[in-house]
Design a protein around this ligand. Structure first.
Ligand SMILES: Cc1cc2nc3c(=O)[nH]c(=O)nc-3n(C[C@H](O)[C@H](O)[C@H](O)COP(=O)(O)OP(=O)(O)OC[C@H]3O[C@@H](n4cnc5c(N)ncnc54)[C@H](O)[C@@H]3O)c2cc1C
Length: 345
């Protein structure tokens, strides 16, 4: 049984993401989870959805002359995970003609994937239903009790649901849900990130533009439904909430486009913000709570929750149902919530 507070799935972070699969996100552990997820995206299970869950989009990480060392370091870090091409200034501009002349160096991964989060969610929902599971929307959990080996949750509408295992996958709210259950929180920090969309200059070949990211966390942009989208890669601490874009970050996105590209953002077509929630070590928490029997954490997927979701799902299955551990390069202890609770004790 999946209980969702909103009247639809994907209303919060999962529906507000930049939807890229690339290896510049996170660190070694996140990259290992991404690599392990890739076969699912390349070849989803039969009947998963009727529409593609992603399409190919090259990834270009670029830098100015003064950012060359950072690009060298990133190339070394990523080389175990992606087939990278080192690009000179001419090749950088061939791949992304919108960048300013000072984009002197680049790293390209031609095998990036732009994911479709709605297809991904609908596919997962179809699998849930095929296997006898159920989704109940508009069921915001307000009370949680544990007795006689069962967790009973009561929603704001007064509905009650009981099960021996409770998976806390409440995104930015996961610590709040734990507190309601009397379980020690892991120290989750939701951080807001903003995206704007706007027209590309006339004549831009949107079909072949890459997802282009500065080597530092300053700016990324990519084609989006006949326009461009961009983010200033903001990480503004936030309470768990229905995140809204702030004018400062909206202006910053346009400003950074002007700094790094030849595109002038004349008019913003749309804007949104979402929360990326991090544990203290920026690795997800996936495992049973040490302080509450049958309470399972699945939280802290930060800015990489879509691209790591197949591996994380298999990990959750392994921990709960005892199936084979799916990711050789990651250990269950890397993800166990215990690591935070010891620190917090
Ligand atoms: C701007 C932005 C860009 C991103 N870019 C990428 C990217 O390029 N690639 C990538 O892989 N990831 C990216 N991410 C990260 C990704 O979107 C998240 O890691 C992922 O969506 C987290 O999924 P989640 O299910 O944990 O959270 P959510 O999608 O927020 O789901 C949590 C759900 O829990 C529900 N809930 C909360 N409290 C309760 C309650 N009391 N009772 C019932 N239900 C409750 C909420 O309503 C919500 O629907 C990005 C995120 C943002 C915001």
């Amino acid at each position: 049984m999946v209980l969702e507070a909103e009247d639809q799935i994907g209303y919060h972070s999962s529906g507000r993401s930049a939807t890229m699969l690339h290896y510049a996100l996170g660190d070694r552990l996140v990259r290992a989870l991404t690599l392990a997820s890739r076969p699912f995206f390349d070849d989803p299970p039969d009947g998963f959805t009727d529409v593609p869950i992603g399409h190919a989009m090259p990834v270009l990480i670029h830098g100015r002359e003064d950012e060359r060392e950072a690009l060298d370091q990133l190339e070394a870090d990523l080389s175990a995970f992606a087939q990278l091409e080192r690009l000179d200034a001419a090749s950088v501009h061939e791949l992304c003609p919108l960048l300013k002349d000072d984009a002197a160096h680049g790293l390209a991964d031609r095998r990036g994937i732009r994911l479709d989060p709605h297809a991904l969610l609908q596919g997962n929902l179809r699998q849930l239903r095929t296997r006898g599971g159920e989704l109940r929307t508009s069921q915001r959990i307000a009370a949680i009790e544990h007795s006689g080996g069962a967790w009973t949750v009561t929603s704001e509408t007064g509905h009650r649901f009981s099960a021996p295992i409770l998976v806390n996958a409440a995104g930015a709210w996961a610590d709040e849900v734990a507190k309601v259950a009397g379980v020690q929180p892991v120290g989750l920090e939701p951080k807001r990130r903003t995206i704007i969309t706007f027209d590309a200059p006339p004549g831009t070949d949107l079909d072949h533009l890459p997802f282009a990211k500065t080597v530092g966390d300053e700016l990324y942009f990519a084609p989006e439904s006949g326009r461009l989208f961009a983010s200033p890669m903001d990480e503004v601490p936030s309470d768990p909430t229905d995140a809204q874009p702030d004018e400062y970050e909206v202006a910053l996105a346009a400003h950074r486009m002007a700094e790094r590209t030849t595109v002038e953002v004349k008019q913003i077509h749309s804007k949104w913000a979402g929360l990326r929630s991090f544990t203290p070590d920026h690795h997800p928490a996936a495992g049973f709570a040490p302080d509450a029997e049958g309470f399972f954490w699945l939280a802290g997927q930060g800015g990489f929750g879509l691209q790591t979701s197949p591996a994380m799902a298999a990990i959750v299955e392994s921990r709960i149902a005892g199936t084979e551990w799916p990711v050789a390069d990651v250990d269950a202890s890397d993800l166990a919530p215990d690591r935070f609770l010891a620190q917090h004790a």
